[in-house]
Design a protein around this ligand. Structure first.
Ligand code: ADP
Ligand code: MG
Length: 586
């Protein structure tokens, strides 16, 4: 039954036999507008004024996933956008709920993922005169600088246009977050059902292909041809584009080593002979021509300059849908503006049949370094120590993912993130979901829930104990919807390490948590499976069992509290006082 038809039976006032016309209202128009555009899932937290919107959406056949906190719902929506190329929807109440969701909206925009935050809001007349309404806040003004676009709808007949604009803004060009402000009064506005139907808009070609100029393609090929030590860097924009076949063809046809950024791992398998992931430092330093595909030269790539990039002169080719991204950090010799699929296809065509392979000494140097680093790492991954160190535990999980390449890996933490990124090989596109451009903590449970809902695949969440704490209550959500999510909490009793001591006495040190906490028991509280694992073998057995059964599971993986390092791999970004000669733990 369409949501519009539902209006008659739900609203007692219009079910009168002698009602002269079929009516609809704001609630139903929002639902109909989303469904018309093939948006069938909402992530949110119910409350005033959107409780009925969630109810009616569910009754109209939409999937409505209710969370315990809007931030997790928002993260879920954002990663749904990344996985599907359709805007993920997060639905929240006014002021505080809106603000909780806003972090995720800003994060989605930073990650270039399409998402729409829909929040109910208070009455304009009262908000604008600042007369102190229930949850009064000028939400539109606050959202604007933090997202790609923001709209407010005041009249029911404009809902169709409002939703259409939000969808197009979210997915076209560089994707991003969009805020849609829906004041409480809008939902109960009634209008003629037929006029309502006509007011809805199905967005045609929401993310049009952006074809690169032939001269730009030729320029890129000319630069690439001069390379002695070429490198291709794949970013999450490349993964988002779902141009997997084109990217594989370009890489294999060119013979150029490729370096996947964190979430581009698996676009081609990390075990691919051209993958330079295990020779990262070498290829960044030594390369002379670098082609970026959907990857930005931001902090994650040391801004394209400095020690990381070495002294060899570089030329950059950059494929990006956003023209303003070019020259943001260093000069781009060959900007290729367009969508990844179109740009890569044009390059392949321009390469013709006789594209020369890169010089053999470069390929051999990269290969030798990769093999050396892989061999160095291998014994550390096989240790069966108890309590576990990071490498022992990750060695076990690495095997799990190798044996289950279609599972989705969610990863957050400091050491847990940095080390897992290097250790766990990925084999398929868009299977690794992590903290993204901001390195934000708290994405774990929201991402896991959306990954399970959107893909139907089993999810393995590998999270630090601190990271888990930001969204831990969502284990109830996972149990409630009975999702195939296995969470492994790397429990080292604290942030970075669990060994810090407060030199002044009394309170615990700022970075430590309750010693020997049992996170597994949180899962048991909601009917899920909890396991305490103290060795890599135990850990592997427990994860396998969870993934086989599909039951919500949380494994408390006991990690040596002394094993981690401050800020994981990005200690250089963490200022430390020069006045303290010794750190408290030393
Ligand atoms: P990573 O962190 O993995 O290096 P980034 O998030 O820094 O990746 O970069 C992703 C880039 O991809 C952004 O600059 C974004 O504009 C771009 N992008 C996103 N979608 C597309 C697309 N379909 N085609 C081309 N570029 C895209
Ligand atoms: Mg920790």
């Amino acid at each position: 039954m369409s949501a519009t038809a539902m209006a008659r039976s739900i609203d007692a006032n219009v079910t009168e036999v002698d009602a002269p016309q079929e009516l609809t209202d704001g609630f139903h128009l929002v639902i109909d507008a989303l469904k018309l555009n093939d948006i069938n899932t909402i992530y949110g937290v119910p409350g005033i004024p959107i409780t009925d919107l969630g109810r009616l959406a569910q009754a109209a056949g939409m999937r409505v996933i209710s969370f315990r906190h809007e931030q997790s719902a928002g993260y879920a929506a954002s990663v749904a956008g990344y996985l599907t190329k359709k805007p993920g929807i997060c639905l929240t109440v006014s002021a505080p709920g809106f603000l909780n969701g806003l972090t995720a909206l800003a994060n989605a925009t930073t990650n270039c993922w399409p998402m729409i935050l829909i929040s109910g809001s208070s009455e304009r007349e009262i908000v604008d005169l600042q007369q102190g309404d229930y949850e009064e806040m000028d939400q539109l003004a606050i959202a604007k600088p933090l997202c790609k676009a923001a709209f407010r709808v005041l009249h029911a007949q404009d809902i169709g246009i409002g939703v259409a604009r939000a969808i197009r803004a979210a997915v076209s060009g560089r994707p991003g977050g969009v805020y849609l402000d829906l004041p409480a009064k809008l939902f109960s506005q009634v209008m003629d059902a037929e006029a309502g139907r006509k007011s809805l808009v199905k967005v045609i070609d929401p993310a049009p292909a952006q074809i690169p100029a032939p001269s730009a393609v030729q320029r890129a090929l000319d630069v690439l041809k001069t390379a002695k030590r070429p490198l291709i860097i794949l970013g999450k924009g490349a993964a988002y584009a779902q141009a997997d076949e084109e990217i594989r063809t370009l890489i294999e046809k060119s013979g150029i080593p490729f370096l996947p950024m964190s979430m581009a791992k698996g676009l081609l398998p990390d075990t691919h002979p051209q993958c330079a992931g295990a020779a990262r430092s070498l290829v960044l330093k030594e390369s002379d021509v670098v082609m970026l595909i959907g990857a930005r030269l931001n902090w994650l790539l040391s801004h394209g300059k400095g020690k990381t990039w070495g002294d060899a002169p570089k030329k950059f080719i950059q494929i990006d849908i956003e023209p303003k991204e070019m020259d943001s950090n260093v000069e781009i010799a060959a900007p290729l503006v367009g969508d990844v699929g179109s740009c890569v296809a044009a390059l392949i065509q321009g390469m013709g049949d006789k594209w020369p392979a890169p010089p053999a000494d470069w390929i051999n140097t990269v290969k030798a370094k990769r093999e050396e680093n892989v061999a160095k790492m291998a014994p550390r991954l096989m240790n069966n120590r108890s309590p576990m160190d990071f490498h022992g535990a990750l060695g076990a999980l690495r095997t799990v993912v190798k044996e289950r390449p279609d599972a989705i890996l969610v990863n957050e933490g400091a050491n847990t993130l940095d080390l897992a990124r290097g250790v766990i090989d990925m084999y398929q596109p868009r299977k690794r979901l992590d903290v993204g451009t901001w390195g934000v903590m708290g994405i774990g449970m929201g991402f896991s829930i959306a990954a399970a809902i959107e893909t139907g695949k089993p999810v393995l969440a590998v999270v630090g104990d601190s990271a888990f704490g930001f969204s831990g209550m969502e284990v109830e959500t996972i149990c409630r919807y009975n999702l195939p999510v296995c969470i492994v909490v790397f429990n080292n009793n604290g942030i970075y390490r669990g060994t810090d001591v407060n030199p002044a006495g009394t309170d615990p040190a700022t970075t430590v948590f309750v010693k020997d906490a049992r996170y597994d028991r949180m899962m048991e509280a909601f009917g899920g499976v909890g396991v305490n694992a103290t060795t890599p073998d135990e850990l592997k057995r427990a994860v396998d069992q969870a993934m086989d059964s599909g039951r919500p599971t949380l494994i408390n993986a006991v990690i040596d509290p002394a094993a981690g390092s401050e800020s994981g791999r990005i200690g250089n970004l963490n200022p430390q006082s020069v006045l303290t000669k010794k750190k408290p733990t030393q």
